[in-house]
Ligand binder design. Structure first.
Ligand SMILES: [Zn+2]
Length: 101
């Protein structure tokens, strides 16, 4: 079982509010510096969740850690953060990934 820290998301369609956009990929921080080291597709995240790996975010300001679970939206399977009292660790509120191709 591995625990992965998500530091950014890629949503589709890009630039839409999270009411209209869905997470299609995330950035994982492997070395604890807060930067995204590897890109992971939504499908890969869901497979790992099914494999008992875990994913979490940490709020930029609150420093609160929250875990991610799967959810259904618009008839498809996605991921979201467990609800807590903080917004800055919410998957829809953390920064968008900015991958250098
Ligand atoms: Zn939806």
């Amino acid at each position: 079982m591995t625990s992965y820290r998500i530091v950014c998301t890629t949503q589709d369609p890009p630039g839409e509010s999270h009411h209209h956009a869905h997470i299609v990929a995330v950035g994982i921080d492997d070395d604890g510096d807060g930067n995204a080291d590897q890109k992971m597709s939504l499908g890969e995240v869901l497979r790992k969740l099914d494999n008992n790996d875990s994913f979490y975010t940490i709020g930029e300001h609150s420093k609160k850690k929250v875990f991610v679970h799967d959810t259904y939206c618009c008839g498809k399977r996605y991921i979201k953060t467990n609800p807590d009292d903080y917004l800055d660790n919410n998957l829809d509120e953390i920064r968008k990934c900015n991958w250098k191709q």
